[in-house]
Design a binder for this molecule. Structure first.
Ligand code: 8IG
Length: 273
């Protein structure tokens, strides 16, 4: 399908190389070690990670688009940790529901890999299927269910996802906070939230969390041989789990409430990666 239409265009890997060149130029950092994607509610979380070396508007880097969601930050930042590691912080992501194609969704991870990153840290805001998790609860993603029906891989690219969410990195996160629960994240296509029946279905399928991002990026990161750590912030009970309706304002509010805790958590984890 898409492959034929795109066969004469720039390959996604060439585009990622071009983006990486611009990032190296604009930041003055030849190689980044870690990629960090900030999802809903995580906008402030990078502030404690280290010293901001450079900021580059995402729209000025090949293949990146201005973000579609209020509350997302349209800049890339190069941050140097106390330990001297270079973290490429992507302040926003392209979501599958934007309809720009799966290549656009995967571009951040491919660019990070082209920048030299060997570890990807993906964060998101999501709905909690597990009723015990109150809004504001951070959860490590242990595995995922990709309900988009899409893949960032093209052609006969068979990639093993048995250990997609690195046990080594989850162990490191647990050294920082042993109380962090783990869960299975189901990505729905969005942009609508689920119906209560869909949330019930996701729970029966084994999901603890429902969201609209992360799984396609994680697959692209794995294709690019990166180790993946993913952390969700439960910003709302998924539809039907609590009697109240969902709103984007609630999501922003939960992120703001949990901000200080998750900022510190993320910074401490990144320092150890
Ligand atoms: I934040 O309840 C956030 N993102 N699919 N469902 C889905 N995505 C979300 C939700 C949610 N909350």
């Amino acid at each position: 399908m898409i492959q034929h239409a795109e066969i004469n265009e720039t390959s996604p890997f060439d585009l990622a190389q071009q983006a990486a060149q611009v990032i190296a130029q604009r930041t003055g950092v030849a190689r980044h070690d870690i990629a960090l994607v900030l999802g809903s509610g995580w906008g402030q979380a990078a502030n404690l990670i280290g010293e901001v070396v450079a900021e580059v508007p995402a729209a000025e880097v090949p293949g990146f688009h201005a973000p579609a969601v209020a509350g997302h930050v349209p800049v890339m930042r190069s941050i140097r940790t106390e330990g001297g590691r270079h973290v490429l912080v992507l302040g926003s992501r392209t979501h599958y529901y934007e309809g720009k194609g799966v290549r656009a969704v995967a571009h951040g991870m491919r660019t990070a890999a082209a920048c030299g990153a060997t570890i990807a840290v993906l964060t998101n805001g999501c709905g909690g299927v597990n009723p015990d998790w109150a809004p504001g609860q951070p959860v490590l993603i242990r595995d995922h269910i990709n309900l988009t029906g899409a893949s960032p891989l093209e052609g006969a690219t068979f990639v093993d996802l048995t250990d997609l969410y690195s046990q080594r990195l989850r162990d490191l996160a647990h050294e920082v906070d042993s109380s962090l629960p783990e869960g299975v994240y189901a990505q729905f296509p969005g942009p609508h939230y689920e119906t209560p029946a869909e949330v019930k279905m996701a729970g029966i399928l084994g999901a603890d969390l429902v969201g609209m991002s992360t799984t396609l990026e994680a697959i692209a990161a794995r294709e690019a041989k990166m180790e993946v750590l993913a952390i969700s912030l439960v910003t709302n009970h998924a539809a039907g789990i609590s009697p109240t309706a969902l709103s984007h304002e609630e999501v922003i509010e939960a992120g703001a409430q949990a901000g200080p805790r998750i900022s510190k958590l993320l910074a401490t984890i990144v320092e150890r990666l």
